[in-house]
Ligand binder design. Structure first.
Ligand code: ZN
Length: 376
């Protein structure tokens, strides 16, 4: 999934809600299909702009319904101590970026079921509204529409196809008996079959003249197939990396002193270690870092008589030698770092290099999509 064109909209409970450009397309499609199809068909004899007004408002409420579903997952995750950075709304609905794999089957279950429960609660709410507003007019249609979409959101997400919520619920149930990896494998296999089924349905729709829904279903199927494979690989990678600690793979080096000539770094240390950053002990004993990318911008005559201290800067990231490799690798991917300092009680221990982690992954696991993170 490509979320390059995602724009922040609001911040709720510390979670940024982003709208992807593809969502606008979905919004127009939904508005169009209900304003020109659903409403005029079921509630005839209104002026056209009535349908469009109700249609656009309905699409906005559909968007709020999806958002509430995702917020529900996110808030339960946060309560369980798992950070949630943001929610993305895109053409196939929403995803909450939940930053870690769940720690236990029950935790996974609680986070996964929270979304469908919210959708069913909203469905019940609109159903009650419709009950107390029995008139057969456009407003009744609006309430019924929202009942239907929320009910459908709940049911669709409960299909046991990973990474849909139902797939996660299935995984949490299988987890205890089969282990996390096997459980994920089974749930994502169902995800793959379900993706194939959607593609087939899409083709059938297309052949029978329902072009837009047909194309949408094909893409949704492809999306679910890819997401289920990615989620499986992400779990496999997570489990593999959590077998190792940072100190199994760190590169040790002696820090430069702030008064050392910068030329020493360029002519000796950089060619030997080939790391983009290098530790320097500052005047007051702190550890700062040189960044090769910064220094190579200067012509060599400007570097004469300069010291390491002139270029050393602080770095806000570091890991502990006893941290799991998973933790370190996630920080590096998220912040696009090639190396991360390893510190123990404010003492520099070494650097952890990303290419070393990636070469272990490659040799032990074959191809892995880097940057794959847990999404729902
Ligand atoms: Zn969900």
């Amino acid at each position: 999934m490509n979320l390059k064109y995602s724009y922040p909209l609001v911040n709720i409970f510390g979670i940024t809600v982003n709208i992807d450009i593809s969502w606008l397309f979905a919004f127009l499609l939904v508005s169009f299909s209900i304003s020109e199809g659903f409403y005029p068909h079921l509630y005839p004899n209104y002026p056209a702009y009535y349908y469009w007004l109700t249609g656009v408002i309905s699409a906005i409420f559909l968007f709020i319904s999806v958002l509430l579903h995702e917020l529900s997952h996110s808030l339960v995750a946060i309560r369980e101590g798992i950070p949630v950075r943001d929610i993305h709304l895109f053409i196939f609905g929403g995803v909450a970026m939940i930053e870690q794999e769940p720690k236990s089957p029950f935790q996974e279950f609680k986070i996964a079921i929270a979304g469908p429960i919210m959708s069913f609660m909203l469905a019940a709410l609109f159903f009650t509204f419709a009950y107390f507003y029995p008139k057969d007019d456009l407003f009744n249609g609006f309430i019924n529409y929202l009942f239907l979409v929320n009910f459908f959101l709940g049911v669709f997400n409960l299909i046991p196809a990973f990474p849909l919520d139902g797939g996660r619920i299935l995984r949490s149930i299988l987890w205890n008996k089969k282990g996390l990896l096997k459980a994920t494998e089974i749930a994502s296999k169902i995800g793959n079959y379900f993706g194939n089924f959607l593609i087939l349905m899409g083709i059938l729709f297309f052949i029978t003249g329902n072009f837009i829904n047909g194309i949408w279903l094909v893409f949704l199927g492809i999306f679910i197939k890819r997401a289920s494979k990615q989620a499986y690989l992400s779990t496999k990678l997570y489990l593999f990396l959590s077998n190792y600690r940072v100190d199994n793979f760190l590169t040790t080096m002696t820090p430069l002193f702030h008064s050392d000539p910068i030329e020493n770094y360029i002519t000796m240390y950089y060619p030997f270690y080939r790391t983009k950053i290098y530790p320097v002990i500052s005047k007051n004993g702190d550890i700062l870092y040189l960044n090769y990318e910064d220094i190579k911008k200067y012509p060599s005559f400007e570097l004469e008589n300069k010291t390491a201290g002139d270029f050393a800067k602080e770095i806000k990231f570091s890991v502990d030698p006893s941290d799991k490799l998973t933790t370190a690798y996630k920080i590096m991917l998220k912040n696009d770092l090639d190396e991360i300092p390893v510190m123990y009680n404010n003492t520099f221990v070494g650097l952890l290099k990303r290419d070393i982690i990636e070469s272990i992954i490659k040799s032990k696991m074959g191809d892995i999509d880097e940057g794959s993170s847990d999404r729902r």
